[in-house]
Design a protein around this ligand. Structure first.
Ligand SMILES: Cc1cc2nc3c(=O)[nH]c(=O)nc-3n(C[C@H](O)[C@H](O)[C@H](O)COP(=O)(O)O)c2cc1C
Length: 349
């Protein structure tokens, strides 16, 4: 739930100011609702599910470790697992990468832009996870060094041109060091084509709620690039309310889409003041789970695919009656027969 928005979702979509068309460089993001990058989740199978439902104007991969990718490229090894599907899947598509070395990021960005021909190259300046932030001094660590961020962005922009380069940040490193406005100006000045802001600090991890007032406060300080707000959107009404209340150009949704990949379609309809499509029935959700499983298994095989699918199945079950029991069983599935049996039992025909 957006901070300050709780329980004030009144009035449907009436009075919704017409949102501006969202352009990220030459890429038209329509509708202005973006699927967030999520490491370990937003692989090709998940993106394909989101795409089939529709409603997301731009999809994003999981973040790619630029150093690892640069090494792979030098060794002529096949592209990393995290780029599964990227070459062939429909556009627009954003690939996110992380590191702190401008040359490495520029080199990998150029490869993504020119060889993979992705629509947008996004740089992660928000990840608070220890291995990325503290150990590798990347992700959210860089928020405390805006000049360094600017240097990185300048070099990546030059290497990727004409493909747009974007930045995804948090509000700052800690609640007493919120510097998103300064950072935003550096991001714009360095030539980025859009800025996405998750309304928490790195130290917050996922605690508390996203502060959309802080996100919106950035907007008057940007002259050229769009501002995309992110954090705690879980329903079409909240998406509408975010556009209505805050001066943003787009919204990005992460966690809620794991249990409801159809949320983008619902939110897009709400933004157009159209009737909101119903949630899938139990029967449709069962078919969806099995379809998702097929996509995963097709890539990773039965053993690895079944293990990987467990976590998606747990997400889908969120809010469903019997979710706890379903989860306790599905996490034990190790072959296709186990998985199908659990799904058949909890999603009966
Ligand atoms: C499991 C998980 C993995 C994530 N991985 C990434 C990532 O690779 N890159 C990134 O910029 N943000 C990542 N995030 C953060 C989300 O993109 C998003 O900023 C955050 O979850 C807030 O949005 P939400 O409230 O809609 O979930 C991740 C979040 C989760 C829960």
């Amino acid at each position: 739930m957006i901070s300050g928005l709780d329980n004030i979702l009144r009035g449907g979509t009436e009075g919704l100011p017409p949102f501006r068309t969202l352009w990220i460089g030459p890429v038209n993001v329509d509708p202005p609702i973006l699927q967030a990058p999520m490491a370990g989740y937003t692989n090709y199978a998940f993106r394909q599910i989101v795409r089939e439902f529709g409603g997301a104007g731009l999809l994003a991969t999981e973040m790619v470790c630029a150093k690892g990718f640069a090494w792979l490229a030098e060794e002529q090894v096949e592209h990393p697992d995290r780029l599964w599907g990227v070459i062939d899947e429909p556009r627009p598509l954003a690939v996110q990468m992380w590191d702190n070395n401008p040359e490495t990021l520029a080199k990998v960005g150029a490869r993504l832009a020119h060889d993979y021909k992705v629509s947008v190259v996004d740089i992660n300046f928000g990840c608070p996870v220890r291995d990325v932030a503290q150990k590798a001094q990347s992700g959210s660590y860089l928020l405390q060094e805006p000049d360094r961020m600017g240097n990185i962005i300048e070099q990546v922009v030059a290497a990727c041109a004409p493909t747009p380069v974007t930045a995804k940040i948090r509000l700052g490193c800690t609640p007493d060091k919120i510097n998103a406005i300064d950072v935003a100006q550096v991001v714009e000045g360095a030539g980025a084509a859009a800025l996405t802001v998750h309304g928490r600090t790195a130290a917050d991890m996922f605690r508390g709620s996203a502060n959309w007032d802080h996100i919106a406060a950035i907007k008057p300080h940007l002259n050229r690039i769009p501002l995309i707000g992110n954090g705690d959107l879980t329903s079409p009404q909240e998406v509408v309310e975010a556009f209505r209340r805050y001066n943003i150009d787009g919204v990005m949704i992460a966690r809620a889409a794991l249990s409801k990949p159809w949320l983008f379609r619902q939110a897009a309809a709400a933004l157009r003041s159209e009737p909101i499509p119903a949630d899938p029935t139990l029967e449709e959700e069962r078919a969806l789970l099995l379809h998702h499983y097929d996509l995963i298994r097709g890539r990773f095989g039965e053993t690895k695919g079944t293990v990987l699918m467990r976590k998606y199945a747990c997400c889908y079950a969120q809010g469903r009656r019997g979710a706890r029991e379903f989860r306790s069983r599905v996490v034990k599935a190790s072959v296709a027969a186990d998985f199908s049996a659990v799904v058949e039992r909890y999603y009966p025909r």
